[in-house]
Design a protein around this ligand. Structure first.
Ligand code: ADP
Length: 473
């Protein structure tokens, strides 16, 4: 069965099982019906002979017959007479009955196998068998009782094949019908197997296409259905989508990283070349080293942030979660950051006490500080920052608002992308990774982050965390 397709295997097994079951059923039905038939034949024989017993009467002389009936039959029996009633059935439905004396001499009736029966002794109320013309016959003897009938016997015979003609017609018919039924069932089964297994074919074709052409955009396309194979195809499709998504991200990340590192690297290279010029003055050397140092610092920040993102994505187990008092954590960050006093910006916090979530305190502190430090960076001179923390329904909601430069509407969807920086903020010393790290951290805690912003008016970042279950929040 090595080279057989699943469809052929299923059909073969199905066909074999069907043939076995049908044949067994057929054999059982035949043997049971044969047994029933034999019993019916014997019962019939006994009943006919028993009925005939009342139809024989003894008369000492013809004068004793009070109501003579010309259809009855009379035979001489020694000095007396025997009257055989016209109801005596010597041949009915292939059951034959004959009247015998104890010497097995037939006095009346019919027996088609009389010769073969002659060797069978008379045995009252017993069914014996005799073979004649290659067929078995049942023989049933009954000794007559009643006055004058002593020593007289009725012998009934019937062939075991009685009524078998009907059975053999049924057998013949079923011999024709059975293979037809089996053939139809196999054909139907094979069609169903083909239809059921079609999705597997498509799944394997798509997987092969993807692995051959590295085209993760391809999806398994099946007709509507909700069986296991459709579910499998759906799971495959969502796996391809996830793989495609992460490959795309990976590609973008690698190209962004090389792009971001290229600028500081070329500045460093240029400064080095410039410093290697023997005619440079001490001041010029100092200036070059200062520039190299600041580019190096920028690269360090960038590399550290990239490592943080990779670590959070690859090894989330490095950031165990615990019960965190988000109120206390946010309050202390606000207090610390109030010390910055950058651009004369004032920060005010409105924090409801005792709001707990399940999370990693280090990561949460990082996300909150990122939002607040952005509010400082992109805030206006003497502006305001408002930090709110409250419980809304079963969630803990953190908002950080500023009245700073705001974000252009068309750029809002991009600001959580890695390395994205608005043109207006290029002058700032950022890497464009802060918000994407913040978003990763929020998602790591099962939360969401969104922003509302108006250019020139200010921005509000809203983070929603699911509250810690079972805690008095
Ligand atoms: P970075 O601040 O290092 O540039 P971020 O990922 O933190 O990177 O932010 C991405 C961009 O989103 C910023 O360059 C800036 O243009 C915009 N942005 C973030 N926060 C604010 C804010 N509070 N107000 C205005 N623009 C903001």
């Amino acid at each position: 069965m090595k080279h057989l397709s699943i469809r052929s295997k299923i059909t073969l097994w199905f066909a074999a099982a069907l043939v076995i079951v049908v044949s067994l059923t057929y054999v059982c039905i035949l043997s049971v019906s044969n047994q029933v038939l034999q019993k019916t034949i014997k019962d019939n024989l006994i009943e006919t002979v028993e009925n005939n017993m009342d139809e024989v009467e003894y008369y000492e002389s013809m004068d004793a017959i009070t109501e003579p009936n010309d259809v009855d039959y009379f035979i001489r029996y020694g000095d007396a007479f025997l009257e055989i009633d016209d109801d005596f059935l010597d041949s009915v439905n292939q059951v034959y009955t004959a009247l015998y004396n104890s010497d097995l001499f037939m006095l009346y009736g019919e027996n088609p196998v009389a010769k073969q029966c002659a060797s069978l002794s008379l045995q009252n109320m017993t069914i014996q068998t005799v073979k004649a013309y290659g067929v078995r016959y049942y023989v049933f003897d009954r000794e007559l009782t009643g006055e004058g009938l002593e020593g007289l016997w009725l012998r009934g015979v019937v062939s075991e094949k009685q009524g078998k003609e009907d059975l053999s017609t049924i057998t013949m018919l079923s011999m024709v019908i059975m293979p037809v039924i089996v053939a139809v069932a196999i054909y139907g089964g094979s069609l169903i197997a083909k239809r059921t297994l079609e999705p597997i074919q498509k799944i394997s074709e798509t997987v092969e296409h993807i692995s051959r052409g590295n085209d993760l955009k391809k999806r398994i396309e099946l007709d509507k259905g909700d069986d296991e194979l459709h579910l499998l195809a759906e799971q495959f499709n969502s796996m391809f989508a996830r793989l495609d998504d992460s490959f795309e991200k990976e590609k973008r990340f690698t190209s962004d990283v090389s792009h971001e590192l290229r600028t500081p690297m070329s500045v460093i290279m240029a400064q080095c070349e410039y410093s290697m010029d023997e005619n440079s003055s001490l001041d010029e050397y100092a200036e070059s080293i200062q520039s190299i140092y600041s580019q190096g610092q920028k690269m360090t920040v960038l590399i550290n942030q990239m490592l943080d993102i990779a670590r959070l994505e690859m090894r989330p187990e490095n950031y165990p979660k615990e019960r965190v008092d988000l109120s206390a954590l946010t309050d202390s960050i606000c207090k610390d950051m109030a010390l910055i006093k950058e651009k004369g910006i004032a920060i005010s916090s409105h924090i409801d006490a005792g709001l707990f979530i399940s999370g990693n305190p280090g990561l949460l502190a990082r996300a909150i500080s990122n939002l607040i430090s952005n509010a400082y960076h992109y805030g206006k001179d003497n502006g305001h920052i408002d930090v709110f923390l409250k419980k809304v329904e079963e969630q803990v909601v953190l908002t950080v608002s500023d009245d700073g430069i705001g974000i252009a509407e068309e750029n809002i969807p991009k600001i959580f992308d890695r390395f994205y920086r608005e043109d207006s903020s290029r002058t700032q010393n950022g890497t464009g990774l802060g918000l994407s790290i913040t978003k990763e951290i929020v998602q790591f805690h099962g939360g969401t982050i969104e922003v509302k912003s108006l250019l020139g008016i200010g921005s509000t970042f809203t983070v929603i965390f699911p509250s810690e279950r079972g805690n008095a929040l």
